[in-house]
Design a protein around this ligand. Structure first.
Ligand code: ATP
Ligand code: MG
Length: 394
């Protein structure tokens, strides 16, 4: 029988937490596979899936994109018994075209008749004897037959397919992702989930200065991200009144800094309200005026909540590579304006002073506007199912 044999990645290094990690991974996979006729069998060092051949392609795509899975093999599972293993390995070898090969045996059943080395050379001999024109090359074989001998069942495979790795989503608590329509923040969300975090997302919009298309873009980005988890609550903040007040009351070169201080304040409040423990955003050191270290310091000082910046130290091209891989790039480059880009001052301050920010903030009453933003925030639940609730809301 053919199975997908899954190897757990980094989580095997977390000794004490191993059980918890495997349990989460199993739950996550079970959820993603619920529409397929799949049997999941789990043990300490691996799990395998029994499946219908017609589903293989779709199952592989799910397995490849599930955090916590490091690699997998399409393996043949047979009874642990020399005759059966021999027959199966010959069957696999006959279906392949190759000249050089090696056999590798991993034996966890210490009662098995042969040692790993003995058994590898015995099976190598079987292949040499039965298949014409092939020879052993232990250093650079075209095909490696791996046989994992376990107590009851053994697995034979010739391939090893890389998956995304990371930790299963849900092995950490929740973060609040500041999601704009740009390239960086969806990539940050992806990288945060890869560390096992769950996410809610917050999007600031300034209608009528920003459009419904811009909102839809953020919804579409959230739908891409939700593929890696089960559900993301997207909190949409009506930011217009506060943004206009900033532009009316603050020095123009400080408007972006002030706007971002307000965004951080609101994000922290929404995070607390929704039980998120950290903020996640797409800031990248030096990319724009508001992302110099001085700016980050002045902006960040409004909150005590940890701010995770997964792309802080990546080059734009590295970020774009990931955006393309996770299929958010084409959505991100659609040209709808974000509230950060609608009234960009000609010369945004690169080295803002905290005292100046505090003075401006003491001169207009933004507390109430912040309260209104939080109060008027509305939430769309975006899940990985087709029939999302948000469709009714638009
Ligand atoms: P991105 O490509 O993610 O839009 P950016 O390089 O355009 O980032 P900024 O506009 O300075 O940079 O934004 C920095 C970060 O602040 C974004 O990555 C995002 O996390 C957050 N952010 C910016 N605008 C918004 C918004 N309208 N709603 C929610 N978060 C935002
Ligand atoms: Mg942006």
């Amino acid at each position: 029988m053919r199975v997908i044999l899954i190897k757990y990645g980094e989580l095997t290094t977390k000794k004490g937490n191993r059980h918890f990690f495997i349990k989460k991974l199993t739950e996550n996979l079970r959820h993603k596979l619920k529409n397929y006729a799949v049997k999941i069998v789990v043990d300490r060092s691996r799990m395998y899936l029994e499946f219908l051949d017609s589903d293989l392609e779709r199952l592989e795509s799910i397995v490849q994109n599930t955090f916590g899975i490091y690699k997998y093999h399409l393996a043949y599972m047979v009874n642990t018994n020399h005759d059966t293993i021999k027959e199966e390995i010959l069957k696999i070898a006959r279906e392949k075209v190759f000249q050089t090969f090696k056999v590798e045996v991993k034996r966890s059943d210490k009662n098995f008749l042969y040692s790993s080395l003995e058994y590898a050379s015995l099976l190598g001999g079987v292949i040499l004897k039965n298949i014409d024109g092939v020879r052993v090359d232990v250093h650079h074989p075209e095909v490696t037959f791996t046989v994992e001998v376990r107590e009851k069942m053994s697995y034979i495979y010739t391939n090893s397919i890389k998956a995304v790795g990371g930790y299963p989503v849900g092995t950490q608590e929740k973060g609040m992702l500041m999601l704009s329509g740009g390239i960086d923040s969806p990539v940050s969300g992806y990288l945060a989930m890869k560390r096992g975090m769950r996410l809610d997302a917050v999007y600031f919009e300034a209608i009528p200065h920003t459009s419904l298309e811009a909102r839809n873009k953020v919804i579409d980005l959230t739908k891409k991200l939700v593929q890696y988890t089960d559900c993301i609550h997207l909190h949409i903040v009506p930011f217009t009144a506060l943004q206009e007040a900033i532009y009316k009351n603050c020095r123009s070169e400080y408007c972006i800094t002030m706007m971002r201080r307000m965004m951080y304040r609101i994000t922290s409040l929404l995070a607390e309200k929704n039980k998120a423990l950290v903020i996640v955003n797409g800031e990248s050191i030096g990319q724009v005026a508001s992302q110099t270290l001085v700016s980050m310091n002045v902006i960040n000082s409004v909150t005590n909540m940890p701010v995770i910046r997964p792309v802080a130290c990546l080059d734009k091209l590295e970020i774009i590579d990931i955006a393309k891989k996770i299929d958010t790039y084409d959505i991100s480059i659609l040209p709808y304006e974000d509230c950060c880009t609608v009234f960009v001052p000609k010369h945004p301050v690169i080295h803002p002073h905290l005292d100046i920010c505090l003075k401006m903030e003491s001169e207009f009453s933004f507390d109430e506007l912040i309260e209104q933003c939080v109060e008027n925030t509305f939430t769309l639940k975006i899940s990985d199912e087709e029939d999302d609730e948000y469709q009714d809301l638009l």
